[in-house]
Design a protein around this ligand. Structure first.
Ligand code: FAD
Ligand code: UDP
Length: 385
């Protein structure tokens, strides 16, 4: 009945399902959760506030193709994301920039640091904190230590359970020191949120007669991959179609080389009987509390609703056997995990009709636009040449 099985209805799976459907393939899309959208899922809470169930999702890209592709499925609300960090009781712009600098240091000192930063790195330049830490200049070294201590070290301990150096450049350079007065979190050409939410975008993406969606279904219950012969079965019949897999790669191979670790989050939503709770959509608390940040959703959706809903995120280790910790949010990008992932990847490459896509199957810290870009590129290369 089906030419193609897609596992997971997040961005990776949904884009693949749509593209396969459009070239005439009959697609079975299987999702273990009760909803589509993966971690981008959003919903209206009991008070009418549009909340992001798995944490704040802000769309940003400089890739025109990706933006125009998604624009087929949604209208957008222009939205420039701004984040504040609580440092010594003061809310300062994040990424740490020249405005933040002026807020935390006396004027003379700030002017001197600003001049040295610009002389050393240039203006409108992003410098990862681990690079700034390597500077030989004594004044800049002081600044680097200050930012490292006040912004990065404790937040990273909460988020990842380790030091910034141990989680590596790729993650740390997502939030650099920005030698600029631009207070926005991202500088991408396109920054917006879907006008009617991500879930509506996914509804439209999956609205195709060739896509059959099965929610509340773990693929393990309908599909099997024989570990030696690599033969596949779908609904207990031999399956010779294509499989696009966007779940956890270690699970696909029964954890045969060991479990890949992930970080998970506990999400605590609160509805408050007040107009607004905080100044910015997202405020980070690097040094206080057990949570990392607070999101206020009506600042993202722009809704004119009474009262407000906020979210606190508490990071912890992922545990597939514990229902309170079994949402894999982030791959942990450390050398030994990447090595382990490569074993799985190499094993997967022996299976001709299997394609891995997405954050979990590729074990990458992808943003939404990266996922869409990658899914479209792989689809074109493998299926639509
Ligand atoms: P997922 O969305 O995880 O989808 C995988 C799907 O596979 C899930 O629905 C899962 O239920 C399903 N699945 C897994 N196992 C099985 C199984 N056994 N059987 C059936 N189905 C299965 N990106 C941005 O661009 N901007 C942001 O602001 C942003 N904020 C984020 C905030 C947080 C807290 C997190 C965690 C991520 C954020 N991201 C953001 C990243 C974004 O969520 C990911 O890029 C995107 O969701 C990845 O899509 P995916 O399809 O690869 O994975
Ligand atoms: N980070 C930090 N302090 C902050 C914000 C970010 O130390 O106030 C570090 C932390 O290690 C985090 C990483 O930078 O995991 C990337 O931050 P980003 O905001 O991109 O995380 P995401 O939104 O993906 O959770």
């Amino acid at each position: 009945m089906f030419d193609c099985l897609v596992v997971g209805a997040g961005f990776a799976g949904a884009v693949f399902a749509r593209e396969m459907a459009e070239i005439g393939k009959r697609v079975l899309l299987v999702e273990k959760r009760k909803h589509i959208g993966g971690n981008c899922y959003d919903q209206f809470d009991d008070h009418g506030v549009l909340i992001h169930t798995y944490g704040p999702h802000l769309f940003h890209t400089s890739n025109e193709t990706v933006f125009h592709y998604l624009s087929r499925f949604t209208e957008w609300r222009d939205y420039q994301h701004r984040v504040l960090a609580d440092v010594d009781g003061q809310k300062i712009p994040l990424p740490f920039n020249l405005n933040s600098l002026r807020m935390v240091f006396p004027e003379k000192m700030a002017t001197s640091l600003e001049e040295r930063l610009i002389q050393t790195f240039g203006y409108d330049v992003k410098v990862p904190i681990l690079e700034l830490k390597k500077t030989a200049d004594k004044e800049l070294q002081y600044l680097a230590d200050f930012v490292y201590e006040k912004i990065f070290v404790n937040y990273t301990a909460k988020q990842w359970g380790c030091l910034p150096e141990e989680i590596g450049e790729e993650v740390m350079s997502r939030v650099p020191v920005f030698i600029s007065r631009d207070d926005r979190y991202f500088q991408d050409r396109y920054q917006a949120v879907p006008k009617q939410g991500y879930t509506r975008l996914f509804d439209n993406l999956l609205d195709h007669p060739n896509i059959h969606l099965l929610l509340n279904t773990d693929y393990n219950n309908i599909f099997s991959l024989h570990s030696d012969s690599y033969e596949m079965e779908l609904f207990e019949q031999v399956f010779t179609g294509d499989v696009i897999f966007t779940g956890m790669i270690d699970e696909l191979f029964d954890f045969r080389f060991g479990e890949l670790p992930y970080r998970s989050l506990q999400f605590q939503f609160d509805h408050l009987k007040q107009d607004f709770f905080q100044q910015a959509s997202v405020e980070n608390y690097p040094n206080n509390y057990d949570f990392t940040r607070i999101t206020e959703f009506k600042r993202i959706s722009g809704q004119q609703v009474k009262n407000t809903t906020i979210l606190r995120e508490y990071p912890h280790a992922y545990d597939r056997n514990d229902i309170t910790r079994n949402v894999p949010c982030y791959p942990i990008f450390q050398d030994e995990n990447v090595e382990l992932f490569k074993k799985y990847e190499s094993h997967a490459s022996k299976i001709p009709r299997l394609t891995l896509a997405g954050r979990l199957a590729e074990y990458r810290y992808y943003d939404m636009d990266d996922i869409v870009e990658q899914a479209l590129a792989v689809f074109k290369e493998k299926f639509n040449y």
